[in-house]
Design a protein around this ligand. Structure first.
Ligand code: KG4
Ligand code: ZN
Length: 334
């Protein structure tokens, strides 16, 4: 086999996805089936519904990914799958599909951490240069990750309560916006002015940790108090104020970490990396400097299997294979 071809599978949350990745950087296919419509009326992801959808979709999605990539199972070098973190029932569908294919076709099996996937999404569009720093912002995670080399992850800061995406979704829900609320708040924020005085959680002076629950509560209290007093609430302005607070803290801490760790590349990763305000503020801060800022295109920011294939390629080269007893691990450490 001249080319390294990895079939990757991702089912950790509400996206059923399969991709074929060539040599760790070229996307031959990346099929994503979203279940958002099914979860919307519940205002969030319902684990049992997610598992059922994955079961229904997984075989079809894998077939489609193989077909679009124009490869057969015999052409593959390995099968990779997200082993955690995520919803256990959802993870298990992907893990079992991957194990079955690996066993049937005698292929190496690779377990991938979901966040490693988000980080390595950047490898599908840019050449990574170590040491580097990644700001990971998703529905379940908010972390600053320092990487000295491929496959080495050091979490130098993380959220102590809500993840950014979670805060976005809860604020959106209070404003009566549909799930997932992040993109709606982002859009509203651009139509308003940050006129509300909301807190910024800087925590201890040297800390790269984050906290968003206080900000979230402050938005919700503002809304309730104004309503009770019969005062008008301008959703656009409230969204703009919330977004300004989030971005100011994220970008300031990322800049500080970049200076302290002296990295030449800063990566953005995770679903909230789709946020227009965050992208442009990071660009404004880093572009005049020597630091190279990498931001994946929108379709590689939200959950997808191509990013899992990119991360798996590193493990493939390091021969870090999983045994057939690989399990879904909802609390897997990076
Ligand atoms: O990475 P992801 O697809 O799933 C997880 O691994 O969690 O991230 C989903 C999160 C949701 O909370 C969603 O509201 C948020 O990313 N999100 C956004 C935007 N687009 C997606 N948050 C803020 N602004 C956006 N434009
Ligand atoms: Zn994710």
């Amino acid at each position: 086999k001249n080319n390294e071809l990895i079939l990757a599978i991702e089912t950790s949350c509400d996206e059923t996805s399969a991709a074929v990745i060539k040599n760790g950087e070229e996307i031959l296919s990346n099929i994503v089936s979203s279940q958002i419509e099914s979860h919307k009326r519940f205002g969030g992801v319902v684990p049992e519904i997610a598992s059922r959808h994955h079961v229904e979709q997984i075989t079809l999605i894998i077939e489609e990914a193989m077909k679009e990539a124009e490869v057969t199972f015999q052409d593959l070098s390995a099968v990779a799958v997200t082993e955690g973190p995520g919803l256990v029932g959802a993870l298990l569908i992907g893990v079992n599909a991957a194990k079955a294919i690996a066993f049937a076709h005698d292929l190496p099996l690779i377990g991938v951490h979901h966040i490693a996937g988000h980080i390595y999404a950047n490898q599908l569009v840019h050449k990574l240069q170590f040491p580097l720093l990644t700001l990971v912002v998703s529905g379940g995670h908010t972390e600053l990750v320092y990487m000295e080399k491929n496959g080495s992850f050091e979490i130098i800061g993380e959220t102590r309560d809500d993840a950014v995406g979670e805060a976005y979704d809860k604020v959106a829900r209070t404003l009566g916006l549909p799930y997932p609320g992040g993109p709606h708040i982002d859009k509203l924020a651009h139509e308003g002015k940050p006129t509300y005085d909301l807190p910024r959680a800087w925590l201890e002076q040297d800390s790269f940790d984050f906290s968003f629950s206080g900000l979230k509560s402050s938005v919700i209290n503002n809304l309730h108090n104004k309503k009770q007093r019969g005062e008008e609430v301008i959703p656009e302005d409230l969204a703009a104020s919330f977004q300004e607070s989030v971005i100011e803290v994220l970008v300031t801490k990322t800049k500080k970490a970049q200076e302290q760790y002296r990295v030449a590349q800063v990566l953005l990763a995770g679903g909230v990396a789709a946020n227009k305000g965050l992208r442009s503020e990071l660009q404004r801060v880093f572009e005049p400097s020597e630091v190279e800022l990498l931001i994946p295109p929108l379709n590689l920011c939200t959950d997808n299997a191509a990013m899992i294939g990119a991360a798996a390629s590193i493990k493939f080269k390091q021969k870090k294979f999983a045994a057939y007893d690989l399990n879904g691990n909802p609390g897997l450490d990076l």
